[in-house]
Ligand binder design. Structure first.
Ligand code: NI
Length: 178
């Protein structure tokens, strides 16, 4: 088991479109384990393989309060979206410190493979519906902030770049004083 480093927006690799998993084998099961450990450690309620720089269609989700109900989605597809939508305040492990309202379908139907390669289908609403749509966006190279207005996206980018510059400066300063 291993904690995997999470790519941070605006890292270009987050815009890679993930390829379908050709075979659900031990390599994929190990990836799922590592992704789940990384998600629980963060902590977060969902993680797409794209966020750990693996560009294959694998997602882990756990929206339970106790964090003991892991949902593994391999090659997931949304087969139905409700016409009704809902607005949730979303955040993302790849965009630290940013939360904003995103409108998405309030219900979806999903089909996927589980970690044994067995197909299954389910219906999602509430937070799970949000999470599924958010994570599937990641597999298509889309980060949630790209649902926001360009004005908001520019503000977020400016703030993140400033934070990254300051972190770099702080790291450099530490080296000098050692
Ligand atoms: Ni995310």
């Amino acid at each position: 088991m291993a904690l995997l480093p999470i790519l941070q927006y605006p890292d270009e690799r987050l815009h890679t479109v993930a390829k379908p998993v050709a075979q659900v084998d031990d390599r994929i099961r190990q990836l799922v384990k590592d992704m789940a450990e990384t998600m629980y450690d963060a902590p977060g309620v969902g993680l797409a393989a794209s966020q750990v720089d693996v560009h294959e269609r694998v997602v882990v989700i756990d929206v339970s309060e106790e964090g003991n109900d892991l949902l593994v989605l391999i090659n997931p597809e949304i087969t139905w979206y409700s016409e009704e939508s809902q607005v949730y305040e979303e955040g993302c492990l790849s965009v630290e410190g940013v939360y904003d309202k995103v409108e998405r379908a309030s219900e979806v139907k999903v089909k996927a493979l589980d970690e044994n390669g067995k197909p299954f289908e389910f219906h999602a609403d509430g937070l799970l519906a949000v999470c599924v749509q958010h994570e599937l966006d990641h597999l298509d190279g889309k980060v949630f902030v790209e649902h926001l207005s360009l004005l908001k996206q520019n503000r977020i980018l400016t703030r993140i770049r400033k934070q990254q510059r300051e972190a770099k400066k702080a790291a450099a300063a530490e080296k000098v004083t050692v």
